[in-house]
Design a binder for this molecule. Sequence first.
Ligand SMILES: *Cc1c(COP(=O)(O)O)cnc(C)c1O
Length: 322
Amino acid sequence: MTEMTVKDVWLARKRIQETLPRTPLLYSFPLSKQTGVPVYLKLEQMLATGSFKLRGASNMIAALSLDDQKQGVITFSTGNHGFAVAYAAARLGIRAVVCVSETVPSAKIKALQESGAELHVEGKSQDEAAEVCLRLQQEKGFTLIPPFDHPDIIAGQGTIALEVLEELPEVDTLLTGLSGGGLLSGIGLVLKETDPAIRIVGLSVEKGAAMDDSIQAGKPVDTPEHPTHADSLLGGIGKKNRYTLPLITRYVDERLRLSEESIARGMAFLYKHHRFIVEGAAAVGVSALLEGAVQPDGPTVVVATGNSIDVQDHNRAVSPYL
Ligand SMILES: *Cc1c(COP(=O)(O)O)cnc(C)c1O
């Protein structure tokens, strides 16, 4: 593994700070009361595309050479990463292509187009769309912007931790979602290289925890997946994973898997006490605190990662727990 350092994260911060505002670190009185320690919410859902993915995508695109920027960028994610690539490219006046399969709903296609992307619709599944994407990348000289397994993506996500340290250098525990691992690789690099005693907890879903399975197997493995409130936490880690598997193994102290009920309770708490509508993946840190699965000893940060959920799905998930 090529070594990344905290300097890479500072360089990322320099590249993205003009286009991305710092997100609020909100003291949560109800969560602090519940846990007995001060708890803060890092509100990544407030970024322009509604998730922290904009940090990594903005950093990687800004770091490309002018020639590569002129050729354009490509990705196959229809989730938060796809929107982040589209938006970050549009801000810089760069062409962005998102490859989607024929099965992607038209509402999603429309939303991606509105965020500035060119859509290439081909293939019968997400895997086929990914193959089409690699083919186009080679034929047309686009740069592929991967969702997590790249140093520039990891460094971009790590800027969250720089902001946390500036406002709360006494942070003791940080909890957030763990999927492909770009988010916690970047955060872990910054916090653990600053103070190895900071406790880092990565939260996955019982309905499919590819990173957790892969760490237990010592190599990337395929994990069966089922529908979940936290769909942004599904997806494999890539057979050729290079960066995030070793970084997560090194920097994340504890990994837990949450039930659907626990995730919905976390979402309901954030709605009831803070009036935040977030997707399940963004609530998992709150869920883990509420169920007592993690009992922090000091100032605690929950990174609320995104808000990509429609209002009916949110209502259905939270109403039993309000
Ligand atoms: C991508 C994503 C995550 C997980 O990030 P990884 O870098 O894949 O571990 C968590 N929450 C939301 C909302 C996301 O979009």
